[in-house]
Design a protein around this ligand. Structure first.
Ligand SMILES: NC(=O)c1ccc[n+]([C@@H]2O[C@H](COP(=O)([O-])OP(=O)(O)OC[C@H]3O[C@@H](n4cnc5c(N)ncnc54)[C@H](O)[C@@H]3O)[C@@H](O)[C@H]2O)c1
Length: 371
């Protein structure tokens, strides 16, 4: 079992990574809670796949009636909305859940972000535990306490910083994750590689290498990513000092692409993969790159897009406009670019023509019908 301590200013907690981690670690974390005070949040399909493992861990901790405190909502980014949070919180009130309760977020980033936000605002803040089930959630979204929901046209526009009580990541759960989701998660792994860790750029077989890794190697890679994230969160929990902003490598372009395609066409990781290729192109074009970057980005990231739908016919201007109206306006002017791998820079005032060329040429390159 890999144990990583996240020393955030507001709370310290462990991220526990390993096969069987939920059965092994969850019982001790919930055993002291009163009956009826442990709430599970998930999707119906996910609970039908892995509910047994979760249920037996809860029963081991004495919560034999756990199924009476389950809130399920449909899959998809379109349900990461305030209305879902309100439905959950209304139910928790009806169940008599108090601030001493704990909510378990059993799912990907959508479940984690939404549950964390519900926990942050229920009775002015209660505990929650992240039980990530996707690669994106294991290596990134479950750690660091950024929680929130989307508003129409504005992703993550309403949220909070609320650190979990613990994160338990069991890579065994990824065996049922659709291949497209796994490839999307690799974009976040490769992001850590470009920012901090050469080893993550040299996985045998590139982005598809994951599929061939052993369980032990998978746990090791997840733990490596979590260690990088923990180090950043330790220095800059609230994203004020510029350190945490580095984790947005590929995200300024990626979020704009997600917005321009209505948040449903691309998986989050796919949008970030395209965003990193755009950022590499912009770094070269703006003279920030000290070594060639584009080819390496293309080689590692374009295979992730093999199952993404074609963006043929997308209007590049729509992507650029979406960047302008990004809610994080201060980030609009700031791009994370690389001088070289593992040497990120926060760049302000990137010329508009550079941004435009990066978007147009990347879309034309990946989907030649657009050129
Ligand atoms: N808070 C943060 O710091 C942060 C960081 C990155 C991303 N995010 C957010 O995370 C979200 C994306 O998360 P995601 O990529 O995990 O997507 P997701 O949560 O939508 O999950 C993807 C799909 O996989 C299914 N699934 C999950 N686990 C499964 C499993 N083990 N087996 C089979 N199916 C499974 C889900 O039901 C869903 O349909 C976005 O909303 C993004 O904004 C947040």
């Amino acid at each position: 079992m890999e144990e990583i301590r996240v020393k955030a200013a507001s709370r310290e907690y462990d991220v526990l990574v390993g096969e069987g981690a939920i059965s092994e670690q969850l019982p001790r974390l919930v055993s002291g809670r009163e009956a009826g005070q442990v709430v599970v949040v998930s999707h119906p399909h996910l609970l039908s796949l892995h509910g047994e493992e979760l249920g037996s861990a809860l029963c081991d901790a004495g919560h034999v009636a756990w199924e009476k405190r389950v809130f399920l909502f449909p899959e998809g980014e379109e349900h990461k909305r305030p209305v879902t949070v309100i439905a959950l919180q209304e139910l928790m009130l009806e169940w008599g859940v108090t601030r001493k309760g704990v909510v378990l977020a059993f799912g990907g980033g959508v479940v984690g972000d939404l549950t964390g936000y519900a926990a942050a605002t229920y009775m002015r803040g209660m505990d929650y535990i992240q039980l990530p089930t996707t690669l994106v959630a294991m290596v990134d979204s479950s750690v660091g306490g950024k929680v929130g929901v989307d508003m129409p046209g504005a992703k993550n526009a309403v949220g909070a910083f609320h650190q979990p009580l613990a994160v338990i990541a069991d890579p065994g759960l990824l065996s049922t994750l659709p291949r497209r989701e796994l490839l999307g998660g690799m974009a976040e792994v490769i992001k850590y590689g470009f920012l901090y860790d050469e080893r993550l750029l040299t996985l045998e077989g590139g982005s598809e290498g994951w599929v061939r890794l052993t369980e032990w190697e998978r746990a090791e890679i997840i733990a490596r990513c979590v260690r990088h994230k923990a180090a950043v969160v330790e220095k800059d929990e609230r994203d004020l000092a510029g350190e945490r902003a580095m984790l947005n490598y590929g995200h300024t372009f990626g979020h704009a692409l997600e917005a321009a395609t209505g948040y449903v066409t691309l998986r989050h990781g796919e949008a970030v993969a395209v965003g990193m290729i755009m950022a590499a192109r912009a770094a070269e074009d703006a003279g920030k790159a000290r070594v060639p970057l584009l080819e390496l980005h293309r080689k590692l990231l374009s295979p992730l897009l093999q199952e993404a739908p074609s963006l043929e016919g997308i209007d590049a201007q729509k992507v650029i406009d979406a960047m302008r109206s990004d809610k994080k306006r201060e980030r609009e002017a700031k791009f994370v670019l690389l001088e070289r791998p593992q040497r990120p820079l926060l760049v302000e005032g990137l010329p508009e023509e550079v941004v435009k060329r990066a978007v147009e040429e990347t879309l034309g390159d990946l989907w030649p019908e657009n050129s």
